[in-house]
Design a protein around this ligand. Structure first.
Ligand SMILES: Cc1ncc(COP(=O)(O)O)c(C=O)c1O
Length: 380
């Protein structure tokens, strides 16, 4: 279906085309010098540290969690209102996911109070996810982590460019994981980044990214290396020079595009305020978010599917962020999780609708979509 208003769209132009062409002509396509440049630029953007480019955001989460050295049955506290990859990565390393509820319908992020209730002797780490690019309460979460000697890992898939008290999201925990999937604020098709200021973790992530080898195929290609040793189990989570070339250009556009998103979100808020059946989370969002998503909550008396169908009829694409992970068959079967465990998460995930938001839109588009949403609801 061709949408009049797709949920997201990418801002790719001639500069990306030129840079990709240069890579193709260089005849080296796997991780190499362009990726090194992307890593440096990304770590500079985040304020300095180690950035390791990987094949996608899920790989970034896997490698960050692998640094936690979990033993079978060790627990990781995380939200259920996130993409399934956040939790699957815990399973990849043999951990038990312990889901904590969100703060409220106004703040869809993991609740520090709920985290604290879930800490046990088996807890090894906390994974937070900055929902829609709105930063979690990292101060409270950091102090709980400190008190219980736990590491905090950030799933910053939605949060390239988000700031919390002047610091970039993805730098607030011990390891930050980014996704550059095609619908994200910074797009490389598939792609991801692990950021850390801990040198030992950076080295481990770098090694695990490429089979456990200390050096890259690029070093062999340049004749810097003929043999190698494997010290730790690794994976092939390398990225390509093509993706890194895209990432370098996209990074230059990130702040400007996040500002465009902010203007659109302000317009949506203005247009939807005072509509009894619709509430907009994160009312006190300040200027820090990356505005990755624009979620609204529909009153429980209105069937959400009908709202989504109504908008589809007008050519506007919507989505749900997210079905709660603890109620997926796999998680129910493997861990015995049940409905009612996380009442706030479950309530929000029944009522949430994500509206189109991307930097290619303008305020008229927002007003049109918001107007149609109100019409659809009025006619019910
Ligand atoms: C919150 C969240 N975490 C993790 C991921 C996984 O990233 P990727 O698709 O790059 O593997 C995504 C996105 O797709 C996401 O939205």
């Amino acid at each position: 279906m061709k949408w009049r208003y797709p949920l997201s769209d990418i801002d790719l132009g001639e500069e990306e085309e030129r840079e990709v062409l240069k890579v193709l002509r260089s005849r080296w396509l796997s991780t190499g010098p362009v990726t090194e440049r992307f890593e440096k630029a990304y770590s500079n953007y985040l304020g300095g540290g180690f950035a390791v480019a990987v094949s996608n955001g899920t790989a970034a989460l896997h490698l960050a969690l692998a640094c936690m050295d979990l033993r079978q049955g060790d627990e990781v506290i995380l939200p259920s209102l996130t993409f399934v990859a956040t939790a699957n990565a815990v399973l990849y390393v043999g951990g038990r996911p312990i889901f904590a509820d969100i703060v409220s319908p106004d703040d869809l992020n993991i609740s520090p109070e709920e985290i604290e209730k879930k800490v046990s002797k088996r807890t090894k780490a906390i994974v937070v996810m900055h929902y829609g690019g709105y930063p979690c309460d990292m101060e409270s979460i950091g102090s709980i982590a400190k008190q219980h000697h736990l590491h905090v890992i950030e799933d910053a898939a939605h949060a390239p460019g988000s700031e919390y008290h002047g610091e970039k999201c993805g730098t607030l925990g011990v390891l930050g994981c980014f996704s550059f999937f095609s619908n994200k604020n910074l797009v490389t098709g598939e792609g991801g980044m692990v950021f850390t200021r801990n040198q030992a973790f950076a080295e481990r992530v770098r090694t695990m990214r490429s089979h456990g080898m200390k050096a890259l195929s690029w070093d062999k290609y340049r004749g810097h290396l003929s043999s190698y040793d494997i010290g730790d189990l690794g994976y092939n989570y390398r990225t390509t020079e093509i993706q890194s070339a895209l990432g370098l250009v996209q990074l230059k556009k990130l702040d400007r595009n996040n500002q465009k998103r902010r203007k659109l979100v302000e317009a949506y808020r203005k247009e939807l305020q005072g509509t009894g059946e619709i509430s907009v989370p994160f009312p006190k969002c300040g200027t820090g978010p990356s505005y990755h998503l624009f979620p609204v909550l529909i009153s429980p008396s209105i069937p959400r599917e009908k709202v989504m169908d109504g908008l589809r009829g007008h050519g506007a694409q919507t989505s749900i962020h997210y079905p709660p992970i603890h109620l997926f068959s796999l998680y129910r079967r493997q861990f015995g999780y049940k409905k009612g465990m996380l009442p706030k998460t479950e309530d929000v995930s029944r009522r949430e609708v994500t509206l189109p938001l991307h930097p290619g839109m303008d305020v008229q588009d927002v007003n049109w979509i918001a107007g149609k949403l109100k019409d659809v609801i009025r006619k019910m």
